[in-house]
Structures are given as C-alpha cells and as structure tokens.
Ligand binder design. Structure first.
Ligand code: SF4
Ligand code: SF4
Length: 342
C-alpha cells in the first residue's frame, strides 16, 4: 500500500482509507476483525463520526494497540462550541485515545449554520482551544454542497476538505480541488463509488488515482471487501482509454438526472420519501425489477402523495426536476408491479 501526505496536515496516510459508516451494521467481533484486517493490509487512515453510532467504540477496540501507527479522523455535527466539546470528549473516550488526528465539522452545508459554527462561541473556536490542549491535531470539514465547500475552503480556516467525487460526480475536480490545492489542504474523497451505484470498483479507483493527492475513503464492511480494495490499490494499472469509454457509458446511463442521495430535498411536506424513491430506476436496473419493487415498496407508495408543489425543487443543489422524475419512476414501479403479478 502506497502512502501519501495529507496536505498541510503533514500526516502520512495510506492512499486509501477506511470509511467507517458500514461497520455500524457489523457485530463488535466482526467489526474488530474487519478493521484489523484493514490495518494488516496497510490501511492506516480511519474516518468515522460521532453520529455513526457505535463505530468509534469498535475502532477503539480494534486499533487501540496500534494507536501510534494509525491516523484517526472523526466528526461532529454540533455547531455550538460547548456541545461540540462534549462530543469530542465522548469520541476520545470511545476511541480509547488521548488525541484525534483529524477532527472535522460534519456536513457543513446549510448557510444558516455557518455563522454559528465560525462565530464566537461556535464549534471552530472551541476546536481551536482543544487543538492547543493537544486533544485534536488538525481541523477539517465535510460537506455535500459544492457552493458551501468552496466558501469554506476560501476562508483558509481548515486543513482538510472531504467532499463526494467519482467518475460521474466530477464537479469538485474542476472547482473545489484546485482551490483546496492552492491552500495546500488535504483532500479526502467520499462516495468514490457514487454511493454504491457504480459497481466497477477497479474503474472507480483508477479514475480517482489519476489525481495523486486525493485520499479516497470507500466504506468497508467485510474481510473480502477489504482484501478486494487493497488488491485493487496494489494494482498499478493506470486509467486507460478503455476505462474512459466505460466511464462515459456510466455517465450516459446516469445522465444529467443523477440523484446524489444527498437528502437536501427532504423533508417533503406531504410525506414523500424523495431520496429513496429517486433511486428506484437505478435499483431496478442493478438488482431486478422484482427485487426493486420489494425493497422500495414503502418509499414508492409514498410518491402517490406528491402534489407537485415544487417545494423540493429549490432545495436540490443539482437542479433535478424532482416531481417529474418521481412521476416517471412511479410509472416504472407500477409497470414492474404488474409484471411481477403476471
Ligand atoms: S413536489 Fe412532491 S415531492 Fe416535492 S415537496 Fe412537493 S409534494 Fe413533496
Ligand atoms: S433529488 Fe437532489 S436534493 Fe434530493 S437527494 Fe437527489 S440530488 Fe439530493
């Protein structure tokens, strides 16, 4: 496993990190095994969050004995300083450590939260004090809003940025990443497989590897998957013309109507489960119509409550025509239901 330097943090990390959301669904023993296998395979960066339920505790149990050799990152969704410090203390206790290498403001995307977070008594002020006390070594942020992420990078207040980037969500590559580079920030990539929509792991990783200063964070949840990702990262093949053709085919398939599952369109005042319903077409293609109907029935039935009020339209940062898409997806779902009955 190759290593890299994470921007101005100066941290040396493996080129691929461990996104820890999926270990939530594992038992503690399973999670410990998976985390330890990742360490054995050379993965030294582990990214969790206070809101990922018991994942910090599992990391603490799995990696406590090798603490000096791993880089631990966690996050808080709190915007007030006092509440954030309480979360920091909980994270330190559960991770079983005296310091957190990278502490991130989690999902800072809403403009109304910015003033609180960066103002007096806000989370950033509190974290700077915690940094002086040695409880935190570096401060970064994560976001799903390109506009907000660019604004935060421009403040010069953060050492790292974590944002979605993959071969179909490429916007950050031409805007956010160059801006972060000029400030020598560490750049972390979430959703390298577009949230599970892209099923060719090798292709996705080769795409991201074209940019050697990007640190990628796939979510890992089994020994086999850890080995698969580590093997892919030991494969030195470069992104080829054939890869680009395949990437283009994915882009064409998903098109400009690709829902990123960011959830900003929610909640719907009429109870439509928008984000889940928006995935119906992709699921039907990737699984099978019968399975998609079974897994998404509740969400798809909620689409009948849509009155096309348009409230969600303003909230979608990607400008997707949500009510029209929901109507089309509901028609597809009904067709599949009928086929399943036939
Ligand atoms: S357009 Fe439909 S889905 Fe969107 S907010 Fe209105 S009722 Fe909900
Ligand atoms: S419809 Fe837009 S806002 Fe809603 S989850 Fe998809 S991309 Fe995000």
């Amino acid at each position: 496993m190759r290593t890299m330097t994470l921007g101005k943090t100066g941290l040396t990390v493996s080129e691929v990190g461990f996104g820890c959301i999926p270990i939530i669904r594992l038992s503690q023993a399973e999670a410990v095994n998976v985390l330890q296998r990742a360490f054995e395979r050379g993965i030294t960066f582990y990214d969790t969050a206070r809101m990922y339920l018991d994942s910090e505790e599992k990391i603490g149990k799995a990696l406590g004995r090798v603490r000096e050799h791993v880089v631990l990152a966690t996050k808080t969704t709190q915007r007030e300083g006092k509440a954030a410090l309480a979360e920091l203390e909980t994270s330190l206790r559960l991770l079983g450590t005296d310091w957190i290498d990278l502490y991130q403001l989690h999902q800072l995307s809403k403009p109304e939260e910015l003033e609180t977070a960066l103002g007096p008594g806000g989370v950033l002020e509190a974290l700077r004090k915690a940094k002086e006390q040695g409880k935190i070594r570096h401060i970064g942020f994560t976001s799903h809003s390109l506009e907000m992420a660019r604004k935060l990078v421009a403040t010069g207040l953060f050492e790292t940025v974590q944002f979605p980037f993959n071969l179909v969500e490429t916007e950050a590559g031409t805007t956010l990443h160059p801006e972060a580079r000029t400030r020598d920030m560490g750049i972390l990539v979430m959703k390298p497989f577009a949230g599970g929509i892209l099923d060719d792991g090798g292709l996705c990783l080769r795409y991201i590897r074209q940019f050697p200063d990007l640190m990628v964070l796939p979510g890992l949840d089994s020994l086999e998957y850890v080995d698969e990702i580590a093997d892919l990262y030991e494969d030195e093949r470069e992104f080829s013309a054939a890869d680009e053709a395949r990437a283009e085919a994915f882009r064409a398939e998903l098109g400009s109507r690709f829902c990123r599952r960011c959830g900003y369109c929610q909640p719907c005042p009429n109870g439509v489960s928008i984000t889940n319903a928006m995935m119906y077409g992709v699921l039907a293609k990737r699984l099978s119509p019968a399975k998609a109907v079974k897994f998404t029935r509740e969400s798809m039935e909620s689409v009948r409550q849509c009155i096309a009020c348009g409230e969600c339209l303003d909230r979608c940062p990607y400008g997707l025509p949500i009510p029209d898409m929901l109507t089309e997806l509901l028609e597809m779902y009904e067709r599949h239901c009928n086929e399943c009955l036939a």
